[in-house]
Design a protein around this ligand. Structure first.
Ligand SMILES: CC(C)(COP(=O)(O)OP(=O)(O)OC[C@H]1O[C@@H](n2cnc3c(N)ncnc32)[C@H](O)[C@@H]1OP(=O)(O)O)[C@@H](O)C(=O)NCCC(=O)NCCS
Length: 141
């Protein structure tokens, strides 16, 4: 998971989500670390921290060989459903300003931009803050 984060999320930045930090996130009772695997290997991961009223999507990535197959959406949908059950009102995240693909992905999933943070990543790359307000679970049909 740490290697995937380094390659797919922290590209060109210092390595913050190292194996010990990832292990600490997995151990944290207020954090959910979700993985998507097939018979061969890890294909995606999502890490979300749950607060009292708000949750924060810390990490999300999908193996480039498996992107655009709905894995990212399923990981986020699972976490959003868990957040609703936990009584969470909204989910926030920060996103690199140089990542238009992820911006399109999050917009598609109903997240909206809330703030712009210059130099958020290593003092060099700005972040977009995005948020999704959680309504009731869509009715099953
Ligand atoms: C962003 C990311 C997690 C999306 O995961 P994914 O499994 O490929 O996404 P999905 O297949 O679930 O896409 C759902 C919808 O989001 C939109 N979307 C996803 N990737 C997109 C892209 N590259 N460009 C435009 N829209 C995109 C599409 O509307 C897509 O639906 P469609 O394929 O039916 O058109 C993945 O591209 C990734 O890991 N990127 C590198 C790491 C990263 O940027 N992480 C997020 C920031 S921390």
């Amino acid at each position: 998971m740490a290697a995937m984060s380094r390659t797919l999320i922290e590209t060109g930045l210092g390595w913050r989500y190292t194996p010990p930090r990832m292990a600490a996130l997995i151990d944290d009772p207020d954090t959910v670390a979700l993985v998507a695997c097939d018979i061969e290997r890890l294909r995606g991961l999502a890490v979300m921290h749950f607060g009292e009223a708000r949750a924060h999507l810390v990490l999300l990535c999908v193996d480039p060989a498996r992107q655009r197959h709905g894995i990212g959406r399923r990981l986020v949908d699972w976490l959003l459903s868990s957040a609703r059950v936990a009584g969470i009102g909204s989910v926030g995240l920060e996103l690199r300003a140089d990542n238009p693909a992820a911006l399109a992905f999050y917009r598609r999933l109903g997240f909206v931009e809330t703030r712009w943070l210059p130099g958020y990543y290593d003092g060099r790359i700005a972040a977009r803050c995005m948020q999704r307000v959680l309504g009731p679970e869509p009715a099953l049909r």
